[in-house]
Design a protein around this ligand. Structure first.
Ligand code: MRU
Length: 350
């Protein structure tokens, strides 16, 4: 039913080039850290969990060609340098940093246990595969918990793409809809087209219609109207980074959507795996927000739609304050307010 967004196959990463969707479904074979950096930067691979998986494999690709004979110190230094390089690709989705840290930690543990450079390399590949497999399980769990939350609802609205194509396979915000389909329930999805890069139109609409889920595409500026018309039972979005108080970074436009949902009494849920929570940040004020090229707005998809040289502001994400969020649907259950306390207890920190 779902597409395999990113896989490890024949000693390389095989990933759907999402810049070509929906016109072409093309799989890219990625064999070097440089091409992985480029794939993340250019949004060939995108969506927070998929970026994390890509980062892990990217780091393995970067170190696998280092000569084993160069010694442990040289290997460790190169690992850190290559992790920093990958971390410079996109700043907002914490899953990237989470995955890179996990690989660095794995290397330290193996080194402390006296393993060779060759064995550490092997361990890093195993850890990358484990991250991919875990993501699949986490998304499935989000789907089950989210389904229980929205069972019986007829329509949800989502923004950007937090579906299978943003993860290894199954999605976060869209996972409950896939579970509903499996259980014989049809939930219609209203998909915001998501300016400027149209992840909603190009990717969400593509993957849902391909799976046989009814989808209605709307422009971003129509969301408040469909809520006012009573067409939306709940909003579910994904997340790129969630701070300790529940403030949530997600695709630009999410904040406005949360305000509209609040005004219309529509529940607003954020679906995300544990790897998207950054409890080191007290609030959303500390989340780095990526700003992207002006040409995405003035000359999107090769068509000039604004005068050359015009000043542009193009943040790729915004932060929704926790007070507009009804609940978080995680792989460890649904978390209700008060978020600070409940995150601590749910993630075993209190
Ligand atoms: O710029 P993108 O396409 O990587 O942005 C993606 C989003 O904002 C998603 O909603 C988020 O990463 C969650 S994906 C499960």
């Amino acid at each position: 039913m779902t597409l395999k967004t990113i896989q490890w196959l024949d000693n390389a990463v095989l990933a759907i080039d999402q810049t070509l969707l929906p016109a072409e479904l093309v799989y890219d074979r990625i064999e070097t850290i440089e091409s992985m950096w480029d794939a993340i930067k250019r949004l060939k691979i995108r969506g927070a969990p998929a970026i994390g998986i890509a980062g892990a494999f990217g780091l393995y690709l970067g170190v696998r060609t280092l000569p084993d004979a160069a010694g442990m110190d040289a290997f460790s230094a190169a690992l850190l340098e290559k992790a920093a390089y990958l971390a410079s690709s996109r700043p907002t989705a914490v899953n990237l940093f989470w995955a890179l840290n996990r690989l660095k930690e794995k290397a330290s543990v193996l080194r402390a246990a006296g393993r060779s450079v060759a064995q550490i390399k092997e361990g890093l590949l195993d850890e990358s595969i484990a991250i991919l497999e875990e993501d699949r399980r986490m998304c499935r769990a989000i789907g089950e918990y989210g389904f229980a939350l929205i069972a019986g609802k007829k329509t949800i609205l989502t923004h950007c793409n937090a579906g299978g194509l943003a993860t290894s396979e199954y999605g976060t915000a869209l996972a409950p809809v896939y579970v509903a389909l499996e259980r014989g329930q049809t939930i219609r999805v209203f998909a915001d087209e998501t300016r400027p890069l149209l992840q909603g139109a190009r990717i969400t609409a593509f993957e849902l219609s391909r799976a046989g889920i009814p989808v209605t595409l709307i422009c971003d500026n129509m969301a408040a109207v469909v809520m006012a018309q009573g067409k939306i039972d709940a909003v579910i979005v994904g997340a790129d980074r969630i701070a300790a108080n529940g403030d949530t970074a997600n695709k630009i436009g999410t904040y406005g959507l949360a305000l509209a949902a609040h005004a219309h009494g529509v529940p607003f849920h954020v679906a995300a795996p544990a790897s998207t929570f950054d409890l080191t940040l007290a609030s959303g004020a500390g989340i780095p927000i990526e700003e992207r090229d002006a040409a995405e707005i003035t000359c999107g998809f090769g068509k000039r739609t604004a005068p050359s040289g015009i000043e542009v502001f193009n943040p790729a994400f915004d932060v929704t304050p926790f007070r507009y969020i009804t609940s978080f649907i995680t792989d460890q259950g649904v978390i209700d307010p008060p978020f600070s306390n409940n995150f601590q207890s749910r993630f075993g920190l209190a």
